[in-house]
Design a protein. Structure first.
Length: 133
């Protein structure tokens, strides 16, 4: 797995919103400015998190984004998957993998499968509440 800028920025934004405690909406531009990120990219990312039900938004002068669910209930895995991140550490553990020439004889496949499973369990065990200040 390679964490993309999109997912990295998405985690930054989600942690920022969780740290805010949902006291008031935060605009995409405020998050972008605080972390020196491109505003249009942050807006797109927040829109995807809203579409996934992780965030809610309010329009207007005092608008912005807040968490739609309790930070304890939003896992890192859910955020990364909402942003289209592939969480497979190696291709051979994917159920649809057919291109690897060693697929049926690889001595490491079971090990990588176990590591992949543990990694996903870790992402499921960490919530926004665990990461916010």
């Amino acid at each position: 797995m390679h964490l993309t800028k999109k997912s990295s920025y998405g985690l930054i934004a989600a942690i920022e919103l969780a740290s805010n405690g949902n006291t008031a909406p935060i605009s995409a531009s405020a998050i972008a400015k605080k972390y020196n990120l491109p505003v249009p990219f942050v807006e797109k990312i927040l829109g995807e998190l809203r579409a996934a039900g992780i965030l809610k938004s309010r329009k207007g002068r005092r608008g912005g984004y807040t968490l739609a669910v309790d930070p304890d209930k939003v896992t890192l895995r859910r955020i990364l998957e909402a942003l289209g991140e592939s969480l497979d550490l190696v291709r051979c553990v994917r159920p649809d993998e057919t291109t690897c020439q060693l697929l049926y004889v690889c001595p490491g496949k079971d090990i990588w499968g176990a590591v992949d499973e543990r990694f996903k369990e870790l992402l499921n065990s960490l919530s926004l509440a665990d990461l916010s200040c």
